[in-house]
Design a protein around this ligand. Sequence first.
Ligand code: NI
Length: 194
Amino acid sequence: MYVITFATMILPIVAYGDPVLKKEAEEIEENYPDLKELIANMYETMYNAEGVGLAAPQIGKSVRIFVVDASPFAEDDPSLEGFKRTFINPIILEEEGEKWSFNEGCLSIPGIRENVDRQPSIVIEYQDENFELKEERFDGIAARIIQHEYDHIEGILFTDHVNPLKRRLLKTKLNNISKGNVKVPYRMKFPNIK
Ligand code: NI
């Protein structure tokens, strides 16, 4: 008998302005190299940055994987206690309900938060970390986090959802983030660092 072990690693989070964040990510197959390690590293990286979700493009890999741990929101919504999921090759099948506004942030866009309107209820099909096919409905904050992460694998950022006037006002801040002119308590990779 033998056991394969690996040490998990905190990976640098890719900052706003990196082209990988604007790309539609690719599906993966079950034999994707070092998948278990990649997923473990994504959780480690997310927890280290105190995030509730992290998508593979944010660590520079353009593949359709994201991880979510919504337990920090359990104070507001007790159903989120221990809510943790790994989504591989997900497809949002349905989005329903009247749009609601929620203040979003993103580990790739530190220091910026904006209200984003999204529908409250989704049905999503995905493969879990064991490549088992699942179909689930999520509502409220769980749906919100999943929609935000799903956007990442489609090459969409939450700032793409704010109205053009607001986005113009954010431009300088966003440019500064891409250049590394921002204080961040976790490791990042900045695309336009001089
Ligand atoms: Ni994000």
